[in-house]
Design a protein around this ligand. Structure first.
Ligand code: BES
Ligand code: MN
Ligand code: ZN
Length: 503
């Protein structure tokens, strides 16, 4: 990951390969760092603006060469767009784009400064958005590239230059950004890994590695232990696979034991073929990402521990493959879940809700303050909200509001879908308590209605990330592939619960 350093000084004095200068569109005059650099370079910046080669449109980048007028060889200008339309997403996108451009021209280290007096927003959020954007945009998944590895380009370091008065604040926020982005990279690496390299056993090993951190413990239930406590919905999904299922339990203790924990449940489906109700082969490869919810939960706990958040968190990740085979679950089968409730299987491809049902009812033993589950659960949610937005459904209005706000701050948007009682009609079974699909209508909602039956009436929210977890196209600060969503939302939410407010 990009190394972030913070030092006091002046941007025009930086001896880096490039200095990055963010600029607003349509400004009459250059101010602060831009003005200083313009002066030192005999008007290079005003010239490129006057000629309209660079207009500071959102994410526009121009690199100019200083030819000895500054210690830095280049000035990289990046547009923030119209100041009236500025928000943190613009900042994230701008820094991602300028870092990608610098990488493309082989720059290995750069410096930047943030003119707090010119850019609206709280200082702490501006620094974090800047660094999150820079690091996020540079993500590459490379472990399987063997040809021409020496030609892989990488920016190694970004220095943030700050005035003495802001130094302590900038350093603290830079450290937070580092911790959060380490966790985002961790999550993206897990989601990007092919299913043969990210089996339930390997996922469980990743979880155990997290437990090397202070205040994190990890327990992993194997098949026999799951059988003993009646996790037959999870075991049903695992029945067709040769890979052993794992039930991963991560506990982070940042507060006294008596404090009720928040329980995060993440779908850990390491490959979803659909099972006997098999999926079409086109794009089936993308189903290696069906553990994105579990990966984000693991990443969120990692970040919470590194941020030393004062609260208790439990992470539950039911992990298995969903495969067809001689011993696989069949349509029409009935399973008795961990909760004791029975489920008629209509479609073996609706497996996420089965493994989550057992995890949610297991969560009840913690008497949690709240339960949040995260899952690539339904194609229907992608049809409803598109590729960029997380579907939110749940039973607790305060919890929903907190999560929507955290998503707004993080730039990881959620939109609520209704969970009225009538939707439960669609998942009534003729011969068991429930059936695992409710037909095509309102598919994202009936999936959530099913999950609700297993939450034991604790405050609960379900996040359907089938759309944004993985992208087949580049987004401003998320390169195509695994996004890490909703990890930053979760960290923002957890920080709020721990009393650390982002202003
Ligand atoms: N993992 C899929 C959902 C999914 C679809 C995630 C597209 C990411 C992108 C889930 O297990 C699934 O197959 N859901 C079915 C449910 C249906 C059978 C009721 C679906 O959405 O088609
Ligand atoms: Mn499925
Ligand atoms: Zn699935």
């Amino acid at each position: 990951m990009l190394k972030i350093s913070v030092r006091k000084g002046k941007l025009y004095e930086a001896k880096n390969e490039a200095v990055i200068l963010p600029l607003f569109e349509g400004r009459e005059k250059l101010v602060l760092n831009a003005r200083e650099i313009d002066k030192k370079t005999g008007g290079l910046i005003s010239e490129i603006i006057a000629s309209r080669d660079f207009e500071a449109k959102p994410f526009q980048v121009s690199v100019i060469y200083t030819r000895g007028l500054l210690p830095a060889k280049r000035v990289a200008l990046v547009g923030l767009g119209n100041p009236e339309e500025f928000d943190l997403e613009k900042m994230r996108g701008a820094y991602a784009m300028v870092m990608q451009k610098l990488r493309a021209i082989n720059v290995r280290q750069a410096a930047t400064a943030i003119d707090f007096n010119d850019i609206h927003g709280s200082k702490d959020m501006l620094i974090r958005a800047t660094l999150e954007g820079a690091v996020s945009g540079l993500y590459q998944y490379l472990p399987f590239r063997t040809v021409d590895r020496q030609n892989i380009k990488e920016v190694k370091e970004l220095a943030v230059i700050t005035q003495s008065g802001d130094y302590t604040l900038v350093k603290a926020e830079a450290q937070k950004a580092r911790v959060i982005m380490e966790a985002v990279y961790f999550t993206r690496d897990i989601v990007s890994a092919p299913a043969n390299e990210m089996t339930p056993s390997i996922l469980a090993r990743k979880a155990r590695e997290l437990a090397r951190r202070r205040n994190i413990t990890c327990k992993v239930l194997d098949k026999a232990q799951m059988k003993k406590i009646g996790m037959n919905a999870l075991l049903g999904v695992a029945a067709g696979s040769c890979e052993a299922p794992k039930f991963i339990i991560l506990e982070y203790k940042g507060k006294r034991k008596s404090e009720k924990p928040l329980v995060l449940v993440g779908k850990g489906l390491t490959f979803d073929t659909g099972g006997i109700s098999i999926k079409p082969s086109e794009k089936m490869d993308e189903m290696k990402t069906d553990m994105a919810g579990g990966a984000a939960v693991m990443g969120a706990i990692m970040a919470a521990a590194d941020l030393r958040l004062e609260l208790n968190i439990v992470g539950l990740i039911p992990a298995t493959e969903n495969m067809p085979g001689g011993s696989a679950l069949k349509p029409g089968d009935i399973l008795k879940s961990h909760s004791g409730k029975t489920i008629e299987i209509i479609n073996t491809d609706a497996e996420g809700r089965l493994i989550l049902a057992d995890a949610l009812s297991f969560a009840v033993r913690y008497k949690p303050a709240a339960i949040i589950d995260v899952a690539t659960l339904t194609g229907a949610c992608v049809i409803a909200l598109g590729d960029d937005v997380t579907g939110m459904l749940g039973t607790d209005n305060n919890l929903k509001r907190e999560i929507a706000e955290a998503g707004q701050i993080a730039g990881e948007l959620v939109w609520e879908l209704p969970l009225w009682d009538m939707y439960s009609e669609q998942i009534k079974s003729d011969i068991a308590d429930y059936k695992n699909t409710g037909g095509r209508a309102a598919g994202a909602i009936t999936a959530a209605a099913f999950l609700e039956k297993f939450t034991g009436n604790y405050p609960w929210v379900h996040l359907d990330i089938a759309g944004p977890a993985f992208s087949t196209k580049d987004k401003p600060y998320i390169p195509k592939g695994a996004s890490g969503i909703p990890l930053r939302l979760l960290v923002e939410f957890l920080s709020g619960r721990a009393g650390v407010k982002s202003k």
